[in-house]
Design a protein around this ligand. Sequence first.
Ligand code: SAM
Length: 166
Amino acid sequence: MCPTPIPLYAQDPGFTPLEEAFLESIGITVLHTPEASEYIHQATFVYAPYLEIEILLAEVLNGNDPLVYVGTDVDVMWDRMDRSVKHLLLGRCRDDESRLRKLQLCADVACSFCINRKKSSFPAFDPFPEAFYGMSIWWRQNAFQEGHRQRSESRDGQDEEVKEEP
Ligand SMILES: C[S@@+](CC[C@H](N)C(=O)[O-])C[C@H]1O[C@@H](n2cnc3c(N)ncnc32)[C@H](O)[C@@H]1O
């Protein structure tokens, strides 16, 4: 039996037409910014290495709860955003309401993303130790139990269907 194919999507406003054609030719659907956010659900694997912090938090992860994320460390970003918000609030920087709102949104998204998630940092890559600096894989804490439960439920469902057959 063939496993169900996993839908693959790619988004980068910098893609050239050649890159888009190549991705489509290997079965990857190219999305136009900011469509990707709508395609992220609870079972999605998001691969976004070194995506700009504010785009990642305000656009990609905002309102989304992907199963697995590979990319720049969200807890480090959270700390950075939080400090920037406090810095602005203390009035040490030029007053900028929209900047403050954006930073606050990013800090909130990063904070809720980190809750109930575990991470593992990429190990140093010997030939070029900085290659994966600050990169981690993040997963929802109960991801593996969820997967096991879903597989068990789906197996139970299949058993019942088999029994119902004449
Ligand atoms: C710092 S580069 C990282 C590129 C590559 N992932 C790497 O590790 O070398 C950030 C990339 O994010 C892309 N980008 C910017 N806005 C984006 C968005 N809204 N959605 C997806 N990609 C975006 C940029 O065009 C750029 O290619």
